[in-house]
Design a protein around this ligand. Structure first.
Ligand code: PMM
Length: 270
């Protein structure tokens, strides 16, 4: 059964949460609400990775995420920390995080993989070709599916060299990271190939620009958050059918409902 990872952004500038959960108490309450809606995992992040975003100081990042991680892990939630900084990752694991979600796949901070190896946490290695302030410059591919699989395998090998066994690795194709429009659809079409690499696979499509672009095609009506969430529920079901271990979403309830429907369809009953 594909797991649902709920997104808890503790950032003032994420494109989708817009600073609503800047305050730690609000972020904790949001995480609890996502659990009540059926989230199996909670991903807590303090640095926006939206296209064009600037990096923030790791100390400020830690200050934002640590109280939230401690409270949610204290509730018994399985928490991942969304960070590219080894120092934040180590502090987050000390505070109770069990997974380090590094959107750079260990490339942004040269100390990350060794830190994760020593921490005992699992790690999400996402496909990444460069920082958010310049990510579209890297979006040049001959064969998206093949290059993505090769680059993820290389990241997995790097993790192995640092002492992280494949059973602790979760691969993520990095939807929207260094990929434009259709390159995201080509990535999703090739998801089975990434699943075939072996480790668990996480997929994050939630509210991303490529969905909004698709929904805007041919209709003048505004692409609301609700429409992006519905589209996300559909891509999440399709990711589950392609073998994803988990999907990372803002609207946990919608995706959970969609996954339940797909499962009942497959099984011929509840
Ligand atoms: N996307 C975002 C942030 N972190 N982590 C993983 N593993 N996979 C993703 O697709 C991913 C991520 C950007 O989305 P947000 O700003 O809405 O959280």
């Amino acid at each position: 059964m594909t797991l649902v990872m709920g997104i808890v952004n503790v950032t003032p500038d994420s494109f989708s949460d817009g600073g609503r959960y800047l305050d730690a108490e609000a972020a904790i309450a949001h995480g609890r609400a996502l659990r009540a809606a059926g989230a199996d995992l909670l991903d807590v992040g303090g640095e926006s990775t939206r296209p064009g975003a600037q990096r923030i100081d790791p100390l400020r990042e830690s200050e934002r995420v640590l109280p939230v991680i401690a409270a949610l892990a204290g509730d018994g939630a399985i928490v991942s920390v969304d960070t590219m900084n080894a120092s934040t990752a180590i502090a987050a694991v000390d505070a109770g995080a069990r997974i380090v979600n590094d959107v750079s796949g260990g490339l942004a901070d040269p100390g990350m993989l060794a830190a994760v190896a020593a921490s005992g946490a699992d790690v999400v290695l996402q496909h990444w070709r460069g920082p958010s302030d310049d990510m579209y410059a890297q979006a040049e591919y001959g064969d998206v599916e093949a290059e993505l699989a090769a680059e993820l395998e290389e990241r997995m090998a790097a993790a192995g060299r640092a002492g992280i066994s494949p059973d602790r690795v979760i691969l993520d194709p990095g939807i929207g990271f260094g990929k434009r429009g259709d390159q995201n659809w080509q990535t999703l079409r090739g998801l089975e190939r990434i699943v075939a690499i072996g480790p668990r696979v996480l997929v994050g499509t939630s509210r991303k620009r490529f969905l909004a672009e698709l929904l805007a095609t041919g209709v003048p009506a505004e692409v609301t958050e609700a429409r992006r969430d519905l589209a996300t529920a559909v891509t999440s079901v399709l990711a589950a059918r392609a073998g994803a271990w988990a999907v990372r979403v803002h609207d946990v309830a919608a995706t959970r409902d969609a996954l339940a429907v797909a499962r009942a369809w497959e099984r011929g009953g509840a």
